[in-house]
Write a protein that binds this ligand. Structure first.
Ligand SMILES: [Zn+2]
Length: 204
């Protein structure tokens, strides 16, 4: 059985899209790392449903056989995440995505499509990555979700949390959501405003 480290167990999944959730694996402000090695990458992928528990177990034993390859995939994942964060953050702030980050994403998407399979199911068509020995297998659906999000429009729903700089899709009707989660960042901000108000009152 795989152990789930506490920092992955605790991680809030609020992006509303696997690519955004992946970006949010760097948590909080100051940012702390929730993907500390290849095993974490697998555990997180199982947690968000990109891999089944069985697929996760298989990848972990594959990684034990090929530690250097696993380490390379882990480094790749961090590079991909940095590129995605650069793009999503720029879009959320109404700016232009950095060309270097886009170039990185293009490369990954080429790779994802060349390894993926377009399949037909009851619910329609979908891309599938089912090579159980591909250590990077969890990255392809993330990459494809990212380009899907960027090309499908509705990017004005893409937001950056005003508290912790996570990215998320705002599904609220009037697009007024400012926080990744009200209970965490929203409440913090309310508390800060309240404390500031009281301090100001006292100073009167
Ligand atoms: Zn937040």
């Amino acid at each position: 059985m795989m152990e789930t480290p506490e920092y992955i167990d605790r991680l809030r999944i609020v992006g509303g899209d696997p690519a955004l959730d992946f970006v949010n694996t760097e948590d909080g402000d100051p940012r702390s790392e929730c993907l500390r090695d290849y095993g974490d990458l697998v555990t997180w992928s199982v947690r968000v449903g990109l891999l089944s528990a069985d697929e996760g177990e298989r990848l972990v034993s594959e990684a034990n056989r090929r530690p250097e390859d696993a380490e390379a995939v882990y480094r790749d994942a961090l590079r991909l995440r940095e590129a995605l964060y650069g793009i999503f953050r720029a879009v959320a702030e109404g700016g232009e995505a950095p060309e270097r980050s886009l170039e990185t994403l293009r490369g990954y998407e080429h790779e994802a499509l060349s390894r993926g399979k377009l399949v037909q199911g009851d619910g329609g068509f979908a891309w599938e990555w089912k090579d159980g020995r591909d250590l990077a297998g969890m990255l392809w659906p993330v990459v494809h979700a990212a380009t899907g999000l960027l090309t499908s429009g509705d990017l004005d729903r893409l937001k950056l949390c005003a508290g912790c700089y996570w990215v998320f899709l705002d599904a609220s009707r009037n697009r007024s959501r400012r926080w990744c989660t009200m209970e965490v960042c929203g409440t913090d901000a309310k508390m800060r405003r309240y404390v500031a108000k009281r301090a100001a009152k006292r100073g009167e």
